[in-house]
Ligand binder design. Structure first.
Ligand SMILES: Nc1nc2c(ncn2[C@@H]2O[C@H](COP(=O)(O)OP(=O)(O)OP(=O)(O)O)[C@@H](O)[C@H]2O)c(=O)[nH]1
Ligand SMILES: [Mg+2]
Length: 260
């Protein structure tokens, strides 16, 4: 990891070892994130608070095929629209903490509602694994999920788990490994908005690409956030750009401001 990436992560209280991959664990409240986290990391974990917040932060470690992974258990959220401090933490870490991949844990018994968050994260990053947890509950209720169809539709890896029963966790580790270490390509499904919004995105996107943030955050997603015009978040983006900009690579960038 480069120095800028390290500084960025440290601002979230994350200081991973050299050669240690960072995996964010996101999901709606009560879907089994912490159960997945505990099953994968066992006793190799420590907890504290997110810097400056009274929200619990847990980090843990596991190794798989000689690679070391740090898991970061994010607060449970229904969306990333930052209506609460939990949503803000989850959104900022996924956007600016530069995780090498994000696992989004879904409740197999209420997929439709849970997919909302997965689609939001898929707008931000292609490095995502969908983990459909509570599969034992779904089976009990006679819910059948067509995983091949779901994976095809979403365009990202989908893994079935029952974390409380320790089922599917090795498949999850392999899916993480494939995305992070083997650089497996994904094609996350993108939400298509109304004609007006799509036209505005088309106008903004090339300008955002010129500013040179496209390799860190999705230009399409940034265009949507500019259209939201949430001033606090735009300021956050500006701070992030100034940490990450490299004037030699990117002569167009201007003093850390999103100059459009
Ligand atoms: N039956 C079943 N229960 C599970 C499974 N995974 C987790 N649970 C249970 O679901 C409840 C919530 O699990 P947590 O791991 O705390 O969920 P969480 O997503 O971390 O919750 P928040 O941190 O509050 O958002 C607990 O009672 C778990 O034991 C599973 O695969 N099957
Ligand atoms: Mg939890």
């Amino acid at each position: 990891m480069n120095l800028k990436g390290r500084i960025q992560r440290e601002s979230f209280g994350i200081s991973n070892a050299e050669n240690q991959w960072i995996i964010a664990l996101a999901g709606n409240p009560n879907v089994g994130k912490s159960t997945v986290f505990n099953a994968l990391t066992g006793l190799r974990q420590h907890t504290g608070n997110w810097p400056g917040k009274t929200v619990n932060n847990a980090q843990g470690y596991f190794t798989y095929r000689d690679q070391s992974f740090m898991l970061v258990d994010l607060p449970g959220t229904y969306s990333l629209l930052a209506h609460s401090v939990e949503e803000e933490i989850a959104r900022d870490f996924i956007c600016f903490g530069q995780p090498d991949a994000t696992v989004v844990v879904l409740d197999a018994t209420s997929l439709e509602r849970n997919l909302n968050l997965a689609l939001q994260i898929m707008e931000i990053t292609p490095r995502i694994i969908v983990c459909v947890n509570l599969m034992d509950e779904a089976r009990k209720r006679g819910i059948i999920i067509d995983f091949d169809a779901l994976q095809k539709e979403l365009g990202v890896p989908v893994v079935a788990t029952a974390a409380r029963l320790n089922q599917g966790l090795e498949d999850l580790q392999k899916a993480i490994f494939d995305i992070v270490v083997r650089n497996q390509a994904t094609q996350p499904k993108q939400i298509v908005y109304s004609e007006d919004v799509e036209r505005a995105i088309q106008l903004l996107q090339p300008k955002i690409e010129k500013v040179g943030m496209g390799n860190v955050l999705s230009p399409r997603w940034l265009a949507l956030r500019l259209l939201d015009s949430d001033p606090a978040f735009l300021e956050e983006i500006g701070r992030f750009v100034s940490l990450n900009e490299d004037k030699e690579d990117n002569p167009q960038s201007k003093g850390g401001k999103v100059a459009l």
